[in-house]
Design a protein around this ligand. Structure first.
Ligand code: SAM
Length: 346
């Protein structure tokens, strides 16, 4: 269904179920293994630390997808299950019922959006390409009918233009733009894959209150230097702190707004106040310790974690000439959806 663009601008089809060498004409040999085409090869230095982080986070032993499938109610607590995402998935599936609809899932992670897009009954016209840099793409479980012929995975750095001929009706990048070195460069690359009149949707971290931002930065400074294994084991202390603060009896009353600290007047639970204004120490009983650790590990360890005020992410879209059609925010994240109508490409 998709064709790869080689450096000399010739093209080669992405063939399903044909593991082996796809092409020797890239800057390195391109191999397909277990249905995943590795377009990066060893050439992944720019995002290597990010890749090492997510190699652990999305590995088979953690199996985040099975956890979500077994506990669908947890999406309520995650920005992924909020904002414009559920509605967008519904819209894509509705359109793909009777029309060829191509989706580029940039930084597809553990396959969360893939699983939702291909939930039964699979829309007839849906075609999918998921790209990410981590090493576990082949482990993503395919829903029945999401065959290799209609759903491809490639290992690719999404900050670079996707070397695929086809343009996509939907380019979706949930919760990942901020994990790339330069989000504007990445957004521009993503934009290049949107078909005329197509849609691009992203969600990014929102900027938090002053003390929380300062502490987050100071902690990241230390934690990003750790190995994935050490940082994951450290994340447990953040979960324990969150758990114990949640169980601590009492409340905090702030009598008036304190704009310098970004604090709103009101009554807060102890953990709620510390979490919102000072320190991410996430804990949720349904996630338990293991998956609460994952949430804290995901916050502190990836090397890039840009945060945006709402106007900053909207400005980015505007600078690239993208026409924003939907925007929505929660304290944790912003969601922006835009259409590609007469936007600049340079
Ligand atoms: C928080 S996860 C979000 C995964 C998925 N989009 C979702 O919402 O379920 C961030 C993902 O971005 C990927 N990522 C970060 N930088 C990347 C890059 N430069 N190229 C490709 N993927 C990248 C990570 O490997 C990880 O899977």
């Amino acid at each position: 269904m998709f064709k790869i663009i080689l450096p000399d601008q010739s093209t080669v089809p992405l063939l399903p179920d044909q593991d082996g060498e796809v092409s020797g004409d890239f800057s390195h040999p391109v191999f397909q293994q277990n249905g995943v085409v590795d377009l990066l090869g060893q050439d992944d230095a720019s995002a290597e630390l990010t890749a090492r982080h997510y190699d652990l986070q999305w590995n088979r032993e953690i199996d985040f997808l099975s956890f979500l499938k077994g506990n669908p109610e947890v999406l309520r607590y995650m920005p992924s299950g909020q904002l414009g995402w559920p509605e967008l998935i519904g819209r894509i599936r509705a359109q793909a019922k009777d029309r060829r609809t191509l989706v580029y899932d940039a930084a597809c992670g553990y396959g969360g959006l893939f699983t939702q897009l291909f939930a039964a009954p699979i829309p007839q016209g849906l075609g999918y390409l998921g790209a990410d840099i981590h090493a576990n793409l082949a482990d993503i479980e395919r829903p029945d009918g999401a065959s290799h012929a209609r759903a491809h995975f490639v290992r690719w750095d999404i900050s670079r233009p996707l070397p695929i001929v086809e343009k996509f009706d939907y380019v979706i990048c949930r919760n990942a733009l901020m994990h790339t070195a330069d989000p504007k460069v990445t957004l521009r690359s993503l934009m290049e894959s949107v078909a005329p009149g197509g849609t691009i949707a992203v969600s990014v971290y929102a900027r938090k209150a002053l003390l929380r931002e300062m502490l987050d930065d100071a902690l990241r400074e230390r934690i990003t230097k750790m190995s994935s294994k050490d940082a994951f084991s450290l994340a447990h202390q953040f979960s324990c702190l969150g758990r114990d603060l949640q169980q601590s009896i009492g409340s905090i009353m702030i009598k008036e707004d304190l704009p310098f600290f970004g604090m709103r007047a009101g009554q807060y639970g102890i953990q709620e106040f510390i979490y919102q204004y000072m320190l991410k120490c996430w804990y949720n009983q349904i996630f338990g310790e293991k998956y609460s650790d994952i949430v804290n590990f995901d916050w502190y360890h990836p090397p890039y974690a840009h945060r945006f005020a709402k106007n900053e992410i909207l400005d980015l879209f505007q600078e690239l000439g993208l026409h924003v059609v939907r925007e929505e925010s929660i304290p944790a994240q912003h969601y922006v959806e835009a259409s590609r109508v007469g936007c600049q490409t340079e």
